[in-house]
Design a protein around this ligand. Structure first.
Ligand code: NAG
Ligand code: NAG
Ligand code: NAG
Length: 364
């Protein structure tokens, strides 16, 4: 790429040329042709190589943690002296995938000045551990920070970028409405996951869950606006035995009119809270259960939190309890007789009438 130099750089280049510190090679990677452009003292340079690299194409983290997305640049040949280098970090959200996908700004920086945008304001900075280190540090990761981050280095000569994928460790769970199966349109599914402290799962997250053995015979919305379901054991009732195991997709569905369940994604917590079974002398109706958690200094647990605690903290309790959505569930990390099926999992007893009495899971 050829582009005119900034006047200050031109002066500096002249100095370099005149004291012969300037390497002139002709392998195409280096400066090899300094031209006195149009005879008016402007020069143009061919082939300064700006390299932008990331040693880690993807980073996986827990929610609430601080992470660094690596990005480094260097010039070939190495050049010393001041450069008007700008860095721009932008982001393609995993949850905004589909038709509406577009990159949004995270941060731009030049010299010591920088500016961050949107939900990243006050949460991001450049690492700057060494010259050329433009790694992005994000504090207190949100669940919805996942996606593809682009580190773009811009100077007068070139403009190069590299992308880093940010994934959160987490667990995918199927979720259906209290009103019954196949009740959610797309927005309803998105809202239902958020109400359970989770987000609508991406295709990659559901695929990973299927790979780890998730088998579920009801289609749910994904973040990209498709409806799919994961099958590890093909069977007649779930799309037939002729199809191989995998994700069965209905493709893009109408976001307003079509109705399915949801696949939600709950990111692993980083010690901000724990879910626990509230020990008490008696069983409680739903109103009493909500109040009992509050009295205990917490809140009644949400479904996404129970799944995360089961999956990442080994929560195991063979007692059915209320959760915030009015469902009754319990987490089994080590399967055993009289505690549901022979695999570990969060057992779901559905949505009983709110006056019935059970124990409760709280979050603190
Ligand atoms: C993240 O960084 C912030 C600010 O630097 C610090 O206050 C906080 O304790 C860090 N959090 C974790 C989980 O390390
Ligand atoms: C992402 O989550 C944070 C808090 O968890 C919230 O404040 C923010 O509005 C969310 N952003 C989007 C785009 O949903
Ligand atoms: C739960 O029991 C309390 C009395 O202890 C009662 O006031 C309340 O209405 C009950 N809630 C439900 C949902 O039945």
């Amino acid at each position: 790429m050829l582009s005119p130099l900034h006047p200050l750089l031109v002066v500096w280049m002249y100095l370099l040329v005149s004291n012969r510190a300037f390497p002139v090679y002709n392998n195409g990677f280096f400066y090899h042709d300094v031209m006195d452009g149009d005879g008016n003292g402007e020069i143009y340079i061919k082939r300064v190589r700006l390299h932008v690299e990331s040693p880690q194409p993807s980073v996986s983290a827990a929610r609430g943690s601080n992470i660094t997305l690596p990005c480094h640049y260097r010039y070939e040949p190495e050049i010393n002296g001041p450069r008007r280098t700008r860095v721009k970090w932008s982001w393609l959200p995993a949850n905004g995938a589909g038709k509406t996908a577009h990159e949004t700004d995270v941060m731009v920086a030049m010299g010591n000045r920088h500016r961050s945008y949107g939900s990243f304001q006050g949460r991001v900075r450049l690492h700057r551990a060494a010259p050329g280190d433009m790694s992005l540090v994000i504090n207190e990761l949100h669940q919805n920070d996942t996606g593809r981050y682009r580190c773009e280095i811009i100077d007068g000569l070139e403009d190069e970028s590299v992308t880093v994928e940010l994934e959160l460790r987490g667990v995918v769970f199927p979720y259906h409405s209290k009103m019954g199966r196949y009740h959610f349109n797309f927005l309803g599914a998105q809202r239902a996951c958020e109400e359970q402290d989770s987000t609508l799962a991406t295709f990659e997250q559901l695929f990973a869950a299927w790979d780890e053995g998730l088998d579920w015979c009801n289609a749910g919305w994904l973040a990209d606006g498709t409806a799919q379901y994961p099958i590890t054991t093909p069977r007649e009732a779930c799309g037939g035995v002729d199809l191989a195991s995998g994700l069965r997709s209905y493709g893009q569905r109408h976001r307003h009119f079509h109705r399915f369940d949801a696949f939600c994604f709950s990111a692993a917590p980083k010690g901000q809270w724990t879910v626990y079974f509230l020990k008490g002398p008696r069983k409680l109706n739903f109103t009493e259960a909500v109040a009992a958690c509050t009295t205990d200094g917490g809140l009644i647990a949400k479904v996404g939190q129970l799944y995360a605690a089961w999956r990442f903290m080994g929560l195991d309790r063979c007692d059915a309890g209320w959760l915030a959505d009015g469902s009754i569930r319990y987490p089994i990390a080590k399967a055993r007789p009289n505690c549901g099926p022979s695999e570990p999992g969060v057992r779901n007893l559905g949505f009983p009438p709110l006056h019935q009495k059970y124990s409760v899971y709280c979050n603190r």
